[in-house]
Design a protein around this ligand. Structure first.
Ligand SMILES: Cc1cc2nc3c(=O)[nH]c(=O)nc-3n(C[C@H](O)[C@H](O)[C@H](O)COP(=O)(O)O)c2cc1C
Length: 208
């Protein structure tokens, strides 16, 4: 299971002046690589206020200087953990490129207007799906879920506007550090981390 990575070095001189521009370069390369099926899939880790962690995959829907945005149910496990403890970590596992990007920061909810604008771009079926269950709650059966979906289909047939569920919306992760990890042979990996310092970013190299 051990792979020797044949990759080019990542030096401080190669890095963009700020991490979102650097992320954008790597994200483009990832998106162009057919070996990576969902380049925008990322692992979101949250924790309860007493420090019990949990992780799951979500899709990155937007990023810019303000942060990284995904959409979810605010009453889900992750949603409730983030309400109680906004510290969050994101991990992009781009294994075929021997790369990972790790973001740490704080979660803030997007504005309702941003949520509504994104919801409107989703296919009708996934709009209904957002209503179909209270994410993370225990349910009795799959039939229960399907019955609820069918009920919603009758209520909001294709072409009818589906309202945005009140408990559904965007989460923006405002980064305080972003690490770019490039794997190399013999465990001599590059790890360059941008750390926020007021209005600018400091770059440091970490031991692999
Ligand atoms: C590839 C992939 C993408 C996913 N994207 C999302 C997403 O964008 N939003 C979301 O709420 N759940 C998404 N999920 C489901 C989550 O992994 C998770 O099951 C769900 O959000 C409930 O998580 P929680 O109970 O820890 O809150 C995705 C799962 C996979 C495998």
């Amino acid at each position: 299971m051990r792979e020797q990575y044949r990759t080019t070095e990542l030096t401080v001189a190669d890095l963009a002046p700020e991490p979102i521009a650097q992320f954008s370069r790597w994200f483009k390369e990832t998106a162009e690589n057919p070996a990576i099926h969902e380049p925008n899939a990322m692992v979101v880790s949250t924790a309860t206020p007493d420090g019990r962690p949990s992780s799951r995959t979500v899709l990155l829907k937007h990023y810019d200087g303000a942060g990284f945005v995904f959409f979810t149910n605010y009453s889900s496990r992750k949603g409730e953990e983030l309400t109680a403890n906004p510290h969050v970590s994101l991990l992009f596992p781009w294994h075929p490129l021997a790369r990972q990007v790790i973001v740490t920061g704080r979660a803030v909810r997007t504005g309702r207007d941003e949520t509504v604008a994104y919801f409107r771009t989703r296919p009708h079926g996934s709009q209904l799906g957002a209503w179909a269950s209270r994410q993370s709650s225990v349910i009795a059966s799959r039939e229960e879920l399907l019955a609820r979906y069918e009920e919603l289909e009758t209520r909001y047939p294709e072409g009818e506007q589906v309202p945005v569920p009140p408990e559904w919306g965007g989460v923006r992760v405002v980064p305080d550090a972003i690490e770019f990890w490039q794997g190399h042979e013999n465990r001599l990996h590059d790890r360059l981390r941008y750390v926020r310092e007021d209005e600018s970013w400091r770059v440091e190299r970490l031991a692999p």
